[in-house]
Design a protein around this ligand. Structure first.
Ligand SMILES: *[C@@H]1O[C@H](CO)[C@@H](O)[C@H](O)[C@H]1NC(C)=O
Ligand SMILES: *[C@@H]1O[C@H](CO)[C@@H](O)[C@H](O)[C@H]1NC(C)=O
Ligand SMILES: *[C@@H]1O[C@H](CO)[C@@H](O)[C@H](O)[C@H]1NC(C)=O
Ligand SMILES: *[C@@H]1O[C@H](CO)[C@@H](O)[C@H](O)[C@H]1NC(C)=O
Ligand SMILES: *[C@@H]1O[C@H](CO)[C@@H](O)[C@H](O)[C@H]1NC(C)=O
Ligand SMILES: *[C@@H]1O[C@H](CO)[C@@H](O)[C@H](O)[C@H]1NC(C)=O
Ligand SMILES: *[C@@H]1O[C@H](CO)[C@@H](O)[C@H](O)[C@H]1NC(C)=O
Ligand SMILES: *[C@@H]1O[C@H](CO)[C@@H](O)[C@H](O)[C@H]1NC(C)=O
Ligand SMILES: *[C@@H]1O[C@H](CO)[C@@H](O)[C@H](O)[C@H]1NC(C)=O
Ligand SMILES: *[C@@H]1O[C@H](CO)[C@@H](O)[C@H](O)[C@H]1NC(C)=O
Ligand SMILES: *[C@@H]1O[C@H](CO)[C@@H](O)[C@H](O)[C@H]1NC(C)=O
Ligand SMILES: *[C@@H]1O[C@H](CO)[C@@H](O)[C@H](O)[C@H]1NC(C)=O
Length: 364
C-alpha cells in the first residue's frame, strides 16, 4: 500500500480530534528528559462470567493514568511504557531497539475483576493478565515518531483491544521529540497518485539499484525556504517508438543545488557538470503542487543531447505549510519519453519554518 500524502495536514486533523480525547503520556529519565512519548486511544472489550451468564464489558483507556515502573531502556535493555489506571488495571507496551530502529514487542493488559464498577456481578475476583505479542509499532527508524490514525485490533483470550490515533516515539534522543515521522501503512493517503492517461512502460530498462536519497534545500537570504528529501531515478527514451529506455540514478554527492523561492513559486534545480533536473512548485488556493519538471542530459547511446520537460503537471498537491511525503517508490510520468521515479520522498516548497519540515505541534 502506498503511503503518500500531505503529512502535516493529517497531523493537524488528527490533533483536532485527539485533543479532546486522546491520552498523552511522557516517560522521563533520571535527568527529567522524555524517553518515551505516546498519545493513543484504546477501547477494551472484556468478556467475563457472572453467576448467571457471560457478559461483555467495553470501556476506554482513561486519561487519568500513572506511569509507575515504566523503563526508559537503552540498546541493551528494552524500554517499557506501563500505564496504570482505575482500581488495579494496567496496560503496557514494551520496545526493543538496535543500532538503527526500534519496535514494539508485546502488549500486556491486566484487569481486575474485583472492580465492581467495571465488572459488576463478576463470578471471579482478582486480576487477570493477558499478553499479546505484537509488532506495534513495526520497526521505526530511531529518532522518528510513529504515527497511525487507523485502527489496530489486538485480540487475546476474553479481551479485544482497539487502538487508534497513535503517535509514539520510544528511545527519544536527548529528550527531544523528532520532527521525522513514519506513518503506518494502513493510514490512507491524503493525495492519491493520479496516473496520467497513457503509461509507457520502459520495457528495455535495465534493473539498477535504488537511487541514494538526497537532502536538498534552498535558502532565501539566510532562511531555508524549500526542503526536499528524495531519491531520484530517471527513465528516458530517445527512440521515437519508445522501445529503448535508459535508467539514470541521481547521485546526491555529485549534485549541487540551485533554485529560488518566492511567495507563489519555488524552483529546485539539481545540477551536475553537464546535466540538470529541475522542479517548479506553484501555489494554488491554499495548496501547492508540482507544476513543472525539466531535464537536460548530455548525449548518451550515440544519440544527441536529451532535453525534455512538462510545464503542465499537477502532482503532489498538499496544503501550504505542510510537506508532501511518499516513502514508497512513486512513478511520475513527465512526458511520453521521460519518467521520473522518486523514493523516500518528502518535500516542502513553501512556509518552511526554522529550517525543518512542518510537523505536529506536540505540546499543548
Ligand atoms: C522534572 O520536571 C518537572 C516539571 O518540569 C519538575 O516538577 C520536577 O521537579 C523535575 N524533576 C527533577 C528530578 O528534576
Ligand atoms: C462478547 O464478545 C465476543 C467477542 O466479540 C462475542 O463472541 C460474544 O458473543 C459476546 N458475548 C456477549 C454476551 O455479548
Ligand atoms: C470506543 O468505545 C466507545 C465507548 O465505549 C465507543 O463509543 C466508541 O465507538 C469506541 N470506538 C472504537 C473505535 O471502537
Ligand atoms: C542500559 O540501562 C541499564 C539499566 O538502566 C544500565 O545498567 C546499562 O548500563 C545501560 N547500558 C547502556 C549501554 O547504556
Ligand atoms: C516484552 O514483553 C514480553 C511479554 O512479557 C516479553 O516476552 C518480552 O521479552 C519483552 N521484551 C522486552 C524487550 O523486554
Ligand atoms: C482490585 O479491585 C479491588 C476493588 O476495588 C481492590 O480492593 C483491589 O485492591 C484491586 N486489586 C489490585 C491488584 O489493585
Ligand atoms: C535493526 O532492525 C531493523 C528492523 O528489524 C533491521 O532492518 C535492521 O537491519 C537492524 N539493524 C541492525 C544494525 O541490526
Ligand atoms: C454467585 O454465586 C455464589 C455462590 O453460588 C454466591 O456466593 C455469590 O454471592 C454470587 N455472586 C453474585 C454476584 O451474585
Ligand atoms: C476472592 O475470592 C476468594 C475465593 O473465591 C475469597 O477468598 C477472597 O476473599 C476474595 N477476595 C476479594 C477481595 O473479594
Ligand atoms: C542535549 O540537549 C542539551 C540541551 O537541550 C544540549 O546542551 C546537549 O548538548 C544535548 N546533547 C546531545 C548529546 O545532543
Ligand atoms: C524502434 O526504433 C529503433 C530506432 O529508432 C529501431 O532500431 C527499432 O527497430 C524500432 N523498434 C520497433 C519495435 O519498431
Ligand atoms: C510575501 O509574503 C510576505 C508576507 O506575507 C510579504 O511581506 C511579502 O511582501 C511577500 N512578497 C512578495 C514578493 O509578494
Amino acid at each position: 500500500m502506498c503511503c503518500c500524502g500531505g503529512l502535516a495536514l493529517l497531523y493537524l486533523l488528527a490533533l483536532g480530534f485527539l485533543q479532546s480525547r486522546a491520552l498523552q503520556v511522557e516517560v522521563k529519565d533520571d535527568a527529567n528528559k522524555t524517553c518515551i512519548y505516546a498519545t493513543l486511544m484504546v477501547n477494551f472489550t472484556v468478556s467475563y462470567e457472572t453467576n448467571a451468564s457471560e457478559k461483555n464489558m467495553s470501556f476506554t483507556l482513561p486519561n487519568d493514568v500513572t506511569l509507575d515502573k515504566s523503563i526508559c531502556g537503552n540498546e541493551s535493555v528494552g524500554s517499557l511504557l506501563w500505564l496504570h489506571f482505575g482500581s488495579g488495571h494496567s496496560w503496557s507496551l514494551n520496545f526493543t531497539r538496535n543500532a538503527t530502529a526500534y519496535r514494539g514487542s508485546a502488549i500486556k493488559f491486566t484487569y481486575n475483576l474485583s472492580d465492581s464498577n467495571l465488572f459488576p456481578d463478576a463470578k471471579r475476583n482478582g486480576t487477570i493478565t493477558t499478553v499479546s505479542n505484537v509488532e506495534l509499532p513495526p520497526p521505526v527508524p530511531l529518532n522518528t515518531m510513529y504515527t497511525c490514525n487507523s485502527e489496530d485490533v489486538v485480540i487475546a483470550t476474553d479481551v479485544v483491544q482497539r487502538l487508534w490515533g497513535v503517535r509514539l516515539q520510544a528511545f527519544v534522543v536527548n529528550g527531544t521529540l523528532s520532527s521525522n515521522a513514519s506513518q503506518c501503512e494502513a493510514d490512507a493517503p491524503v493525495t492519491p497518485v493520479v496516473p496520467v492517461s497513457t503509461t509507457y512502460t520502459p520495457t528495455a530498462a535495465p534493473t539498477i539499484d535504488e537511487p541514494i536519497t538526497g537532502n536538498y534545500s534552498i535558502s532565501s537570504g539566510s532562511l531555508v525556504c524549500l526542503l526536499a528529501t528524495m531519491g531520484l531515478q530517471l527513465n528516458v527514451s530517445q527512440t521515437s517508438n519508445k522501445t529503448s529506455w535508459i535508467t539514470i540514478n541521481i547521485d546526491p554527492s555529485n549534485t549541487y543545488v540551485t533554485g529560488t523561492c518566492d511567495n507563489k513559486t519555488a524552483t529546485l534545480r539539481l545540477n551536475s557538470s553537464n546535466r540538470f533536473l529541475s522542479f517548479v512548485f506553484v501555489v494554488r488556493n491554499s495548496n501547492f503542487y508540482l507544476k513543472e519538471v525539466n531535464v537536460s542530459l548530455p548525449s548518451f547511446v550515440n544519440g544527441s543531447a536529451f532535453s525534455d520537460g512538462n510545464g503542465n503537471l499537477s502532482y503532489w498537491e498538499t496544503s501550504l505549510g505542510s510537506s508532501y511525503m511518499c516513502h514508497s517508490e512513486q512513478r511520475l510520468q513527465i512526458t511520453d519519453a521521460f519518467l521520473l521515479n522518486t523514493f523516500n520522498l518528502r518535500v516542502q516548497p513553501f512556509r518552511v519554518t526554522s529550517g525543518k519540515f512542518s510537523t505536529v505541534h506536540l505540546d499543548h
